[in-house]
Design a protein around this ligand. Structure first.
Ligand code: NI
Length: 199
């Protein structure tokens, strides 16, 4: 595939993701509406090999993003925005929020793979993987769409994934507060985190 074709496909994917986000989450922008029933129980394995459930992340706010380590641009952007936003908080506030990356590509994103990957973004970022069924259940709870892309690599190992690109903010009880996207500027995200976290 030529570069411009890939670019058109990428843009189309982003538009679809944006429309899906608007439809699913009410297009509330940075503020959201806070009424969507997003989230739910999950059991997964973290990037150190430890079993983690949704309850392990309660007691602190969480920024949760679903993506995959092979993603060429959108996922790294989202994780960078999350990390930079958290770094803009006060040291006390930083301890009260956990960045979480859940893979939607468990086939390639093993525990080891995730460990190397999350370290690139934030020292406190938790990477989560699991069986295909466990990931499907977690994604369903957050109404995250994902699937193997028809574009990209032809090889069985370098395929691309299509997926929604939403950064969820959950409160210390695990309830949905608001959401962002990979296109949210880090300073805007930080501003909203300060308001929502009351810090
Ligand atoms: Ni991605």
């Amino acid at each position: 595939m030529r570069g411009y074709q890939a670019a058109i496909l990428a843009v189309t994917g982003l538009i679809i993701a944006a429309i899906a986000a608007f439809v699913l989450y009410g297009g509330g922008g940075y503020g959201g509406r806070g009424t969507a029933a997003v989230g739910g129980p999950f059991t997964l394995v973290d990037h150190t090999g430890k079993q983690r459930t949704n309850r392990d992340f309660q007691g602190a706010f969480a920024l949760i993003y679903f993506g995959y380590t092979f993603c060429p641009d959108v996922c790294p952007t989202a994780l960078q925005v999350m990390s930079q936003a958290i770094d803009r908080l006060s040291p006390e506030a930083q301890k009260k929020i956990t960045p979480v990356f859940i893979t939607i590509d468990p086939e390639r994103d093993t525990v080891k793979e995730l460990g190397v990957y999350v370290d690139n973004f934030h020292p406190r970022m938790v990477g989560l993987t699991g069986t295909a069924q466990q990931i499907a259940k977690a994604a369903r709870a957050y109404r995250v769409y994902y699937g193997r892309s028809k574009s990209g690599g032809n090889d069985t190992s370098d395929y691309l994934m299509d997926h929604s690109s939403i950064v969820f903010l959950l409160d210390p009880k695990g309830a949905y507060v608001t959401h962002f996207t990979h296109a949210t500027p880090p300073e805007k995200m930080a501003e909203m985190l300060k308001i929502k976290m009351g810090s």
